[in-house]
Ligand binder design. Structure first.
Ligand code: SF4
Length: 94
């Protein structure tokens, strides 16, 4: 049991998001793109996205996608004038 917990901790420390967690919840669209790029190298990307969607994560990059209130969105606009419509949602199956 102690060995398996040690392994889990060691593997978690290797996740790309552990190196730069601030990118995954950034306001800057360029930093969010960097986070998505880091996810592409991650071995647990698919499981991470599935779990984040199940938990309806309120915000952030999870499994290589940007989530907003539990749904995948295509991107975040930079600061400035707000859009008239809500965020553009993307079908996770697409
Ligand atoms: S896929 Fe998930 S666990 Fe992997 S780097 Fe991205 S956010 Fe982290």
């Amino acid at each position: 049991m102690a060995d398996s917990m040690k392994n889990v901790r060691a593997r978690t420390a290797e996740l790309p998001c552990r190196a730069a967690p601030q990118l995954f919840f950034a306001e800057d669209p360029a930093q969010l793109l960097q986070a998505k790029a880091l996810c592409r190298q991650c071995l647990v990307r698919r499981a991470c996205l599935t779990d984040a969607l199940r938990r309806r994560e309120p915000w952030g990059v999870w499994g290589g996608e940007l989530l907003d209130r539990g749904e995948i969105i295509t991107g975040r606009r930079p600061r400035g004038r707000p859009r008239k419509l809500g965020p553009v949602r993307r079908d996770p199956a697409a």
